[in-house]
Design a protein around this ligand. Structure first.
Ligand code: PCA
Length: 327
């Protein structure tokens, strides 16, 4: 009995010592990413994670999980909202069905260059951040994808040439575009794109040269047209309860790392645009501009989709678009 008491006392002394050595604040945050480890968004997130781990002196250790290995793209936002993970990166426009504001970056031909994407985002970010906060999320930074082009396994000179093709969609806007061009949309995450094209589940898609490059699309697809439809964004979001649990100092560190990641991510996106379009061509694809006819056909579809988006997003949407156009 005596020994038992003694060892219990020893054990609690040891526990107290451990508690002091490792402050209660030390946390590991898992960060699911949907895209391949070599993609610029994933590389940028890894730098961000290291910045936070280092800057907080290990209070928060962020561990990235690229390639959809922890959660697939479609599950990431919910996983963060519900606290299954503390932080994650997700293509925001894939959630435009929850709030049209999340699709502000996928309105065809509204903002088609990196500069315009930055302007549009500066007009939109407060409203989008507030909408995310209502869903228990704190937005940390966003980075655009390169301009979106169209992939086909044949030459396409007009919308009529697209009739009946099986089309891989990644959000509501891409699905709508398929519908308006007479194609048949099927929703597929980037991580599954190579397989979809290899097995004939998809024959066409709208995406960046980046995703075609990451997924070696030249193995099954012959043409990329740089139609520059829009530049959708990935957003890095934190669970609000996890965020609220941080000290003010650590919040400041995370915000600082996020601001750096947003700026460096943009530069990486620009560099990756040229690198990957050249990569597609080097691997045998025909990479070029759309014909005037194709441009005109798509512009008409863009007008329809813009009108529909404005209708669904109401005053909040109109305020953002007006502010952007006035810049
Ligand atoms: N790549 C992602 C989203 C936009 C992009 O360029 C994808 O195709 O899923």
């Amino acid at each position: 009995m005596k020994t038992l008491i003694k060892s219990t006392a020893l054990a609690s002394t040891a526990l107290i010592a451990v508690a002091f050595a490792a402050p209660a604040a030390a946390e590991k945050w898992d960060m699911p990413l949907a895209y391949s480890a070599s993609n610029f968004h994933s590389e940028n997130a890894a730098v961000f994670a290291a910045c936070v781990t280092e800057g907080t002196g290990g209070d928060i250790e962020i561990v990235t999980h690229p390639g959809g290995s922890l959660f697939g793209g479609a599950e990431i936002k919910r996983a963060v909202q519900t606290g299954q993970v503390q932080i994650g990166e997700r293509l925001l426009s894939a959630h435009a069905n929850e709030d049209p504001l999340f699709g502000i970056d996928s309105i065809p031909f509204l903002a088609t260059s990196f500069d315009d994407s930055v302007k549009l985002w500066s007009a939109a970010e407060d409203a989008v951040g507030a909408a995310l906060e209502e869903q228990n999320l704190v937005m940390l930074y966003t980075v655009p994808w390169p301009p979106q082009g169209m992939y086909f396994n044949k030459p396409v000179d007009s919308v009529a040439d697209m009739e009946g093709l099986k089309f891989r969609a990644y959000n509501a806007a891409t699905a709508k575009l398929a519908e308006l061009t007479g194609m048949l949309p099927v929703q597929i995450e980037a991580a599954e794109v190579s397989q979809a094209f290899a097995t004939g589940v998809a024959e066409s898609m709208v995406s960046s040269g980046a995703t075609g490059y990451d997924r070696k699309l030249w193995e099954n697809v012959s043409h990329f047209y740089a139609v520059d439809a829009w530049l959708p964004r990935n957003a890095v979001m934190v669970n609000k309860d996890a965020w609220d649990g941080l000290s003010d100092d650590n919040k400041e560190v995370v915000r600082g790392c996020a601001a750096t990641a947003e700026a460096e991510g943009l530069d990486k996106a620009k560099a990756y645009t040229t690198f990957t379009l050249e990569g597609l061509a080097e691997n045998g694809m025909t990479v070029g501009d759309p014909s005037d006819k194709l441009k005109a056909d798509l512009a008409e579809i863009g007008e329809t989709m813009t009108a529909e988006w404005l209708e669904s997003a109401g005053d909040k949407g109109k305020t953002i678009v007006d502010a952007y156009k006035a810049m």
